[in-house]
Design a protein around this ligand. Structure first.
Ligand SMILES: Nc1ncnc2c1ncn2[C@@H]1O[C@H](COP(=O)(O)OP(=O)(O)OP(=O)(O)O)[C@@H](O)[C@H]1O
Ligand SMILES: [Mg+2]
Length: 326
């Protein structure tokens, strides 16, 4: 039970959830994290080709059909392609159709989206005013929540066909999620927080070990790229870090084990300009290396041109509840 709670919090429960302390029965605050889940989603959309193959002739989809291929800047039209309907279903890593979502049974819909496809390796920038449904959309894409109508397919898997634990497993294997509120686990060390996804996913553990000698070394590599290499700092409890430092720990955790999809909910909101650049550079490098797809929400318009495409959520979300008043 404690494992499931920890997993949901760190890899995908509601962004506002708070873990007040260690799971019951864990005693001193150091929680045993020995149980490793089997790999029920093995092979679901995982691309075993090298990143070079993905970017050129090795791709089953001709580069000319890949729209804004990763690394290639799209033209203005394709960068602002709204719901992304130019992408074929076969190459879509994310394929969302006819989605209606409301938070409460009797409440209004807050998200109504006709179509959203995201291609493998694409870097999608999502912008929109506060309350327009950005975090709600990310939660649906990650299977944290499910729509009342419509379908969300990720890596070929219909998320609505899975139950809650099934979606948790799927997310743990395939999706790195940087939460708007970070969702760090306060009773785990920084390194334990960063390596946590590898406790829940064989896939991610194996991939992390391919990159570094062991999980802690891989965690330090990622943290080092985010200017968090100081051993004194790494020895501190996470709740004694600044907000910007916590945000970077959350980013390293999401990158751990090279998930196929990286979802980032305003991940640079607490970073200064220099660190913001370094952060986005790391995100791009790690995603390019692993062939990962990046879905990035931000209010920072200066970052938008770096991405392959922009989704302006307020323009495509047909939910009346999400429209700004007046
Ligand atoms: N857990 C929740 N329960 C009920 N309503 C919610 C919940 N989370 C969000 N909402 C509502 O859903 C709508 C969309 O919220 P959401 O958090 O997706 O917006 P956002 O675009 O991410 O905003 P911000 O830029 O402020 O993060 C808002 O009207 C919000 O009040
Ligand atoms: Mg939000």
């Amino acid at each position: 039970m404690a494992q499931a709670r920890l997993q949901r919090h760190a890899t995908g429960c509601g962004a506002s959830a708070v873990v007040a302390g260690p799971p019951s029965g864990s005693g001193s605050g150091s929680v045993a994290l020995s149980r490793v889940e089997p790999d029920p989603a093995s092979g679901a959309g995982h691309d075993r080709r090298s990143s070079a193959e993905r970017r050129s002739g090795g791709s089953p989809v001709p580069v000319s059909e890949q729209g804004n291929a990763p690394g290639a800047k799209g033209d203005a039209e394709s960068r602002d392609a709204g719901s992304g309907d130019a992408r074929s279903a076969e190459q879509a890593v994310v394929d969302l159709e006819g989605v209606h979502f409301r938070w409460r049974g009797s409440g209004p819909d807050v998200l109504v989206l006709d179509r959203l496809r995201v291609a493998r390796g694409e870097r999608l920038f999502i912008e929109g005013p506060s309350g327009s449904g950005k975090s709600t959309l990310l939660g649906l894409l990650a299977g944290v929540t499910v729509p009342r109508l419509g379908s969300v397919r990720v890596l070929g898997q219909s998320l609505e066909a899975l139950d809650g634990p099934g979606r948790d497993h799927f997310r743990a294997h395939h999706i790195g999620y940087i939460f708007q509120m970070f969702n760090l686990i306060p009773y785990l060390s920084i390194i334990e927080n960063v390596t946590l996804p590898c406790r829940f996913s064989v896939k991610r553990r194996e991939r992390a070990r391919r990159r570094s000698a062991d999980l802690a070394t891989e965690a330090r590599r990622l943290l080092g790229h985010l200017d968090l290499a100081d051993p004194e700092l790494l020895a501190r409890p996470v709740n004694e870090l600044s907000v910007g430092q916590q945000q970077r720990v959350a980013a390293a955790r999401a990158l751990m084990g090279s998930p196929e999809i990286l979802i980032a909910d305003e991940p640079t909101s607490s970073l200064d300009a220099d660190r913001r650049q370094a952060f986005v550079r790391l995100l791009f490098e790690e995603c390019a290396e692993a062939g990962s797809t990046l879905i990035f929400v931000s209010h920072d318009a200066s970052l938008e041109p770096l991405f392959d495409r922009t989704l302006r959520l307020a323009e495509v979300n047909a939910a009346g509840a999400a429209k700004p008043a007046g």
